[in-house]
Design a binder for this molecule. Structure first.
Ligand SMILES: [Mg+2]
Length: 290
């Protein structure tokens, strides 16, 4: 079974910080393009790249426009971006990340939502009990999905559970979450509805009236985003600013050498002592629901 490792560069909690990925052969890879969507062929188990561990606030994400797509912190108006603790939530309330080799195509109008894709790999909320680490690659069982409309873009949120969770065998569809983790799905909708309100933005909207779609529906959505990704890396569609450099995708004209990949990593300063997270990140944000 493939295993992955990470290499941190520059100062944590700085604009320069990057987290690069390596495969089990020690080769630098892109977590967006080189990690396969399926850890094992033929089963409905998916790889997930953990970008944000549960209970943390830093909005870390795969840098889709940078070579080798390291994880970096989102920046807004020149400052590192943290999600607010929107009462009663503390940071992200799941392990949050993305399924590799998927892409929500910004030129494709989703027939379910009526909005174009958000130009990112598809997002996952992993609901298992373990708090994962940043850059961990886990295998997840998909349970359902929520159709978020985020500032006029389609932004599917896949609900999944780590297959190594001690209770994973009991979770096979979205209704199992409803039964065994009461309140968690409602909290998830509430979180996505309000997470940008502290930034002065309106509440987000959902397709299907904020109702979750089931496992089969979710898997079909993921498969369609995988097809859009294939079109991207095999140059059947124009990805605009998306950086498709990879080191192991055979037949991809974006494939680069290890020497070139190593130079990309080493262009970022070496790992350094972490900066402190600003104390205001721990504040709670309260607002009156409409
Ligand atoms: Mg997204």
């Amino acid at each position: 079974m493939a295993s992955y490792s990470v290499e941190e560069r520059a100062t944590p909690n700085s604009l320069e910080y990057r987290l690069f990925f390596k495969n089990d052969k020690g080769q630098y890879i892109s977590p967006f393009h080189d990690i396969p969507i399926y850890p094992v062929a033929g089963k409905n188990v998916f790889n997930m790249v953990v970008e944000v561990p549960r209970w943390t606030n830093a909005k870390m994400e795969i840098a889709t426009k940078d070579p080798l797509n390291p994880i970096k912190q989102d920046v807004k108006k020149g400052k590192l971006r943290y999600v607010a603790n929107v009462f009663p939530h503390k940071g992200y309330i799941w392990n949050y990340g993305a399924i590799p080799q998927t892409w929500e195509h910004p030129g494709h109008k989703d027939e379910n939502t009526g909005y174009y894709g958000d130009n990112d790999p598809i997002d996952v909320c992993e609901i298992g009990s373990k708090v994962c680490s940043r850059g961990e690659v886990i295998k997840v069982k998909v349970l359902g999905t929520l159709a978020l409309i985020d500032e006029g873009e389609t932004d599917w949120k896949v609900i999944a559970i780590n297959i190594e969770d001690p209770e994973a065998a009991s979770y096979n569809n979205i209704d199992d979450v409803r039964k065994m983790k009461p309140g968690y799905l409602e909290a998830t909708v509430d979180w996505f509805r309000r997470y940008k309100v502290p930034d002065g933005k309106p509440e987000n909207q959902f397709a299907f009236n904020g109702e979750f779609k089931d496992k089969d529906f979710a898997i079909n959505i993921i498969k369609s985003t995988h097809e859009h990704w294939r079109a991207l890396v095999f140059k059947k569609t124009d990805g605009g600013e998306i950086n498709c450099a990879n080191t192991t995708v055979s037949d991809s004209s974006f494939c680069i050498s290890q020497e070139c990949a190593k130079a990309t990593v080493e262009a970022v300063p070496p790992f350094g002592t972490a900066n402190k997270i600003p104390p205001e990140v721990d504040k709670w944000f309260y607002h009156q629901k409409n």
